[in-house]
Design a protein around this ligand. Structure first.
Ligand code: PEP
Ligand code: MG
Length: 908
């Protein structure tokens, strides 16, 4: 834990004539001090998080040095006016400085009894990318002498002054810290000392003189001696920093939007560096890494916060050391922990200073924590009756649960990040580089651990993907084949890492100026998108007791069901363990890639007569039946939606001449015949091509084989005493007539099997809604479909007209310019695609009020999309097995929020 910078002060010339309360109408400054405050804890929008909490802590009352907060709205005004402070603001500031003077019995600019202040930023959400603090405002050549006499500590006074010149010069005037540092080093060298603390008062006087020269040289004017000039310029610098590159980038990266600006907090200085009875520190009320209920803090005796940042001294652990230093302070801090948690009902991260034995609170805020800690803290706070169950549920960010579900890299490990791609499927993976899926399978078979590195993957790679530790692609977006399949498998994946150049022919990967071959080990972090050199150590994830407890509570409140997208009995099992309540999408194409099966599949595709095609399909039937039976058994009576074949047929055929020749030989065909068929199946845009229900319309015998396999497996399961609820789902439908056409074949096949087996099973016939036309004509389609499942991957692709696989070539620009707020393939575009979903649900249910509606696109595991699904009345969401807990918690959040209980609660 790093300690942060600390509190405030001020200087010279007197406050002058007492100004009256500022400009008419708008109140821009809120005072706090001596147990009273104009602001309150619920004014974070206007006063920022820090300002609102300083006001609130003052009222508790906790010992907060007096001060005031300038509103975030004022920052907005300043930036709107292209960098002009609103008229009347400085009068209001002077009026409030006078109030601090009264509360502290010190005077700003008074040589004999000076008030010094700090000036700090404070947005609504904590933003480490914002401006640094300016401390000791109010010091000048005369006041420093007064302070020296008053404290009897000239060293302290001159040290404070040189810090002000440095901080003001650097932060406010942009004169690089290095220039000051250079002078400090020169004085240390001249005195023959190594540490700043070894410099005496005279040395520091010399440092001050040198700093002033540096300032003058770089800024082009003398260091301002007027305290109000210092203060005004510091306030402006905070406002300016809101639009600085660092802050803009931070907001962009952290998805912080819609804020007007930062507040400014001006507060009377207190000093932790006044001697051995003074100290400064930071603490969390509980361990933010594990959630354990123990005080978690560090402090430094006779120090200011920056000393820690500068790494001069190592802070001490409060638990073991503070009692030895001062029993009184330690007891006070433990009492503060209790008070803060009782007041804010959450773990607090706070800063404190002890000045000559007296404790001061400088700030408090909700402490950032890991997912494991969030879960434990939420459960413990509920048990301690500080919060109720619904609040506990809302305290845990559903997306953060990912951290608990996959192994992670050891945070203490040293890593060399080579490049970054999209964090497509979370988790940590380490392995040697393989260039093809086939190579991956072979080498894993021989006992190696592999990272599959491809430009992009395709369905034929599934075997190699399955055995690999992780997948790295150089193109493709968050719903590219690699990303979707990897998430489904729970395999870590970094997709679209443009910095990775792959030379499959020579089996080389170039990243930056380094080149790697098949024997090299790399590590990928699917949660951050990092690609690292060598083997970075990992730690196993464990599902702890509090995690189970939170999920139990979530299930109590949610109304949306959560299913999983799964293609194998293993997927089904994993998902069941995570609480899945059915399978929402079984993509049958993944079942055809086993070496034996792919051969039969290819035979089917290359067949020139219907008889030959049926013969090949007959060979595939037993495999399909086995797979379905395995899934039915695992799902133990829960609904299973099976989607009939979707991808275009060319994806199942080999594309290189050697493999084509081998295939031709094994099927007694000429290589030309195979080549011609591949060419015939080639499509310029296969995503809009001969796929989905279009295949079944051309080749109904494929549908017949799959329906037969489903019904036979269901009957077999029934005979074994297992309840089954198959749902036969037709992909990519655009018109009711397509669905009617295929229903005839489906019903005929099912009836034929019932007759043969002399028994019946219930099944549903439904469709995916993936084509905008299907959504628009949902009322008609619901006359035939018994359920809808929204395939929002394709629906997004077709609504926007963005190719799922190529979107990453331009999406980053769209996000950068905020043309799109987020990747619509990750988080459902509510205003566009979402309206098609809503329209289809509403109109489908006008036709059939009991129409079962779910979603099976990737959005089913995205918390914001899950909330939308709840609000439009879907029955379930379906997502990859590893996202099931996330969706369960997100569904609970949605239910609690829509019932009004979680009103106003935000995780940010
Ligand atoms: C979809 O389009 O949302 C879907 C689930 O199908 P797939 O991703 O297999 O195209
Ligand atoms: Mg689809």
């Amino acid at each position: 834990m790093a300690m942060k910078k600390k509190s405030p002060p001020a200087k010279a010339k007197s406050a002058g004539k007492r100004p009256s309360v500022a400009s008419k109408g708008i109140k821009r400054v809120y005072f706090f001090g001596n147990g009273k405050a104009e602001g309150s804890a619920d004014m974070k929008d206007l006063l920022g998080g820090k300002g609102a909490n300083l006001a609130d802590m003052t009222k508790v009352p906790l010992p907060v040095p007096p001060g005031f907060t300038i509103t975030t709205e004022t920052c907005g005004e300043y930036n709107d006016a292209k960098g002009k402070l609103p008229k009347g603001l400085m009068e209001e500031v002077r009026f409030n400085v006078a109030k601090i003077e009264k509360a502290s019995a010190k005077t700003f600019g008074d040589v004999n009894n000076p008030l010094l202040v700090a000036c700090r930023s404070g947005a609504k959400v904590s933003m480490p990318g914002m401006m640094d603090t300016v401390l000791n405002i109010g010091l000048n050549d005369a006041v420093v002498e007064g302070l020296s006499k008053l404290t009897g500590n000239p060293r302290f006074a001159y040290d404070s002054y040189r810090r002000l010149i440095n901080m003001f010069g650097d932060t406010v005037k942009g004169c690089d810290h290095e220039h000051f540092e250079h002078e400090l080093s020169a004085v240390k060298k001249a005195r023959g000392v190594a540490l700043d603390t070894d410099l005496n008062a005279d040395d520091l006087k010399e440092v001050v003189a040198r700093y002033k020269k540096v300032y003058e040289h770089h800024v082009g004017e003398a260091f301002p001696q007027d305290g109000f000039t210092q203060l005004e310029e510091s306030i402006e610098a905070v406002f300016r920093s809101w639009m600085g590159d660092r802050a803009i980038k931070y907001r962009e990266l952290n998805d912080i939007r819609g804020l007007r600006g930062t507040a400014v907090n001006v507060q009377s200085m207190v000093y932790g560096n006044m001697g051995d009875d003074s100290a400064t520190g930071v603490a969390f009320t509980r361990n933010p890494s594990t959630g354990e209920n123990i005080f978690y803090g560090e402090f430094l005796v006779n120090a200011q916060g920056e000393d820690v940042v500068a790494g001069i001294r190592t802070p001490l652990d409060c638990n073991t050391e503070m009692g030895k230093w001062s029993q009184k302070s330690w007891k006070e801090l433990l009492a503060v922990k209790k008070t803060l948690e009782a007041r804010y009902k959450d773990v607090q991260d706070f800063e404190f200073t002890i000045e000559r034995g007296k404790l001061y609170m400088l700030q408090t805020r909700n402490g950032k924590r890991t997912a494991a800690a969030a879960v434990r803290i939420a459960v413990d706070f509920t048990k301690e009756k500080l919060i109720d169950e619904t609040t506990a549920i809302l305290r845990v960010d559903p997306a953060s649960l990912d951290q608990l579900l996959h192994p992670t890299f050891d945070p203490k490990a040293i890593k060399n990040v080579l490049t970054r791609g999209l964090p497509a499927s979370p988790g940590a993976a380490v392995g040697a580089i393989a260039f093809t899926a086939e190579e991956a399978e072979r080498r894993v078979g021989a006992g190696e651990k592999i990272i599959l590195v491809r430009r992009e993957t395709e369905p034929a790679d599934i075997g190699g993907m399955h055995v690999s530790e992780g997948i790295l692609t150089s193109t493709g977006g968050m719903t590219s084949h690699a990303a979707v399949v990897a998430r489904g498998m729970g395999t870590p994946c970094v997709a679209g890492a443009g910095g990775v150049q792959i030379d499959v022919k020579n089996r080389l990967v170039k990243i930056g100026d380094k080149t790697f071959g098949p024997t090299h080990i790399i590590s990928i972090n699917g949660g951050t998108g990092e690609v690292m050199e060598g083997s970075v150590p990992t730690v196993e994830a464990s599902l702890t007791g509090p995690f189970a407890q939170i999920m139990k509570w979530a299930d109590k409140y949610r109304t949306l069901k959560v299913r999983t997208n799964g293609d194998t009995p293993t997927d089904a099992k994993v998902a069941r363990n995570f609480g899945a309540e059915g399978i929402g999408l079984c993509r049958t194409e993944h079942m055809f890639f086993d070496p034996e099966r792919i051969h039969n599949m290819r035979e089917m595709i290359l067949a020139t007569t219907i008889e030959a095609r049926k013969a090949a399909l007959a060979k595939l039937l037993p495999y399909q039946r086995e797979d379905f039976l395995g899934i039915f058994k695992e799902m133990k009576g829960l609904p299973v939606t099976i989607r009939l074949l979707d991808p275009p047929l060319h994806e199942f055929l080999p594309h290189n001449e050697k493999d084509q020749a081998e295939l031709a030989k094994s099927l007694n065909l000429s290589p030309e015949q195979v080549k011609n068929r591949v060419a015939q199946l080639h499509e310029a845009n296969p995503m809009l091509g001969h796929r989905g229900d279009r295949l079944a319309i051309t080749y109904p015998e494929i549908l017949e084989m799959q329906v037969r396999a489903i019904i036979e497996a269901a009957i077999e399961a029934k005979k074994a005493g297992i309840k089954v609820l198959p749902e036969i789902m037709i992909p990519l439908v655009g018109t009711k007539k397509e669905l009617d056409f295929l229903k005839k074949y489906t019903v005929e096949t099912a009836e034929a099997v019932f007759k043969e087996k002399k028994t019946r099973v219930e099944y549903l016939y439904g469709t995916m809604i993936e084509v905008p036309r299907a959504a628009i004509t949902a009322g008609e389609i619901a006359e035939t479909a018994e359920f809808f499942s929204f395939g929002t991957n394709d629906l997004t692709q077709m609504t926007f007209g963005y190719s799922r696989d190529d979107v990453n070539s331009f999406l980053p620009d769209y996000l950068k310019h905020e043309i799109l707020e987020r990747d619509p393939f990750q988080s459902l575009d509510i205003t566009g695609v979402g309206q098609l979903v809503k329209w289809a649900v509403d109109n489908g249910r006008k036709t059939n009020k009991d129409l079962k509606c779910g979603i099976c696109g990737e959005h089913g595991g995205d918390p914001a999309s899950v909330e939308f699904c709840h609000n439009v009345g879907l029955n379930y969401v379906s997502c990859s097995p590893y996202r099931v807990p996330i969706a369960r918690l997100a569904a609970a959040h949605a239910a609690i929020k829509s019932s009004g209980k979680g009103k106003g609660y935000s995780l940010k």
